[in-house]
Design a protein around this ligand. Structure first.
Ligand code: OAD
Ligand code: ZN
Length: 318
């Protein structure tokens, strides 16, 4: 079977069924490999780079938009975003809820909000599992996420592949003396409307999520070492408004293809014209990821992966 000249968004599974030969699927992707240095146009071109193994080291850059399908609001979408829905906390501006100076002055609004944000209430969605799939296929170099919902870990993305740039609820420490504090005990206190206190100095304990005015985890600052090895970058569900995270999108080599999956154009994708190697697929993330999975012919594997995570086989002793 020869490679089709016509890029197609029809799934490879469907084509193979028409051709009547399941085995031909693996060897004959139905998307055309883009020419080196040529303009990348759409998801077909990105899929071809993966299918033809031109790209094997993918970096994911993610924000709150990957978790809205799990029921967690993002920050800046007008109306539904968190920053439009904080009136009850009576704070001077929405960002104050995550501002370290404001927290020092009045930690109560943060602790009230955080009760709802604690991981455990939400489940990963198709996008988190897609990243896990990239890992299982040996294609995931690293995932850089700004999210603190813990859904990447919950989907099974291993911690060595994950950079939680804005911190995590899985650890906690004293805001005054920085001493680590058991995260579970901090969570229990917060859930019972109490403010957790440090045993050493009685300072306020906070989960190790990064506030405005705080430094990012050390692990984040090794990003240039990762990006030098990246051959494809996906940017998903982020407004790229917050530094220093936002600037990492420009850390890959200038010829490395970048795919933006978002509702609107953000960061360098607003430039006109865009780089030849930049592709923006605007619209709903789940729909676009499902489309990409279809072009890649990974639907069945994705279903299996999700099933295995959501309905793990239990082994009982007789
Ligand atoms: P934002 O709320 O700023 O941006 C989320 C982006 O995802 C927006 O561009 C949305 O249009 C898009 N989006 C949401 N749902 C989507 C969907 N279903 N399909 C496609 N696109 C969708 O969130 P972040 O960029 O993550 O930091 O915000 C960055 C940082 O700002 C956060 O980590 C947090 C916040 O202040 C701190 O608190 C330190
Ligand atoms: Zn302390």
């Amino acid at each position: 079977m020869t490679v089709s000249d016509q890029p197609t968004s029809t799934s490879r599974k469907e084509h193979s069924q028409k051709a009547g030969k399941a085995s031909s699927v693996k060897s004959a992707p139905l998307v055309k490999v883009p020419s080196v240095g040529g303009k990348l146009k759409n998801l077909n071109d990105i899929a071809a780079l993966i299918l033809y193994k031109r790209c094997k080291n993918i970096i994911i850059i993610a924000g709150a938009g990957i978790s809205t399908a799990s029921g967690i609001p993002d920050f800046r979408t007008p109306g539904t975003g968190l920053y439009d829905n904080l009136q009850q906390y009576n704070i001077p501006c929405p960002e104050a809820i995550f501002d370290i100076d404001y927290f020092t002055y009045n930690p109560k609004p943060f602790f009230s909000l955080v009760k709802e944000l604690y991981p455990g209430n939400y489940q990963p969605n198709y996008i988190h599992y897609f990243v896990k799939m990239l890992h299982e296929k040996g294609l995931l170099l690293k995932m850089y996420t700004q999210n603190i919902d813990g859904l990447e870990r919950k989907a099974g993305i291993p911690s060595e592949k994950l950079v939680e740039a804005h911190g995590t609820f899985s650890t906690a420490s004293c805001h005054s003396c920085c001493k680590p504090f058991p995260a579970k005990i901090a969570q229990e206190a917060i859930m019972n409307d109490k403010i957790p206190r440090c045993k050493a100095c009685s300072g306020i304990v906070k989960p190790d999520i990064v506030f405005f005015g705080e430094d990012l985890p050390k692990r984040f600052y090794r990003f240039s070492k990762d990006f030098v090895n990246a051959d494809l970058v996906f940017i998903m569900g982020t407004s790229l408004e917050i530094e220093p995270f936002a600037s990492i999108v420009d850390s890959a080599r200038s010829y490395v293809p970048r795919l933006l999956l978002n509702r609107d154009l953000v960061g360098p994708f607003k430039r006109k014209p865009m780089r030849n190697t930049d592709v923006a697929e605007l619209g709903d993330l789940i729909e676009n990821i499902k489309r990409l999975v279809g072009i890649l012919g990974w639907e069945e594997k994705m279903d299996e992966l999700i099933r295995a995570h959501t309905h793990p086989v239990r082994i009982f002793n007789k």
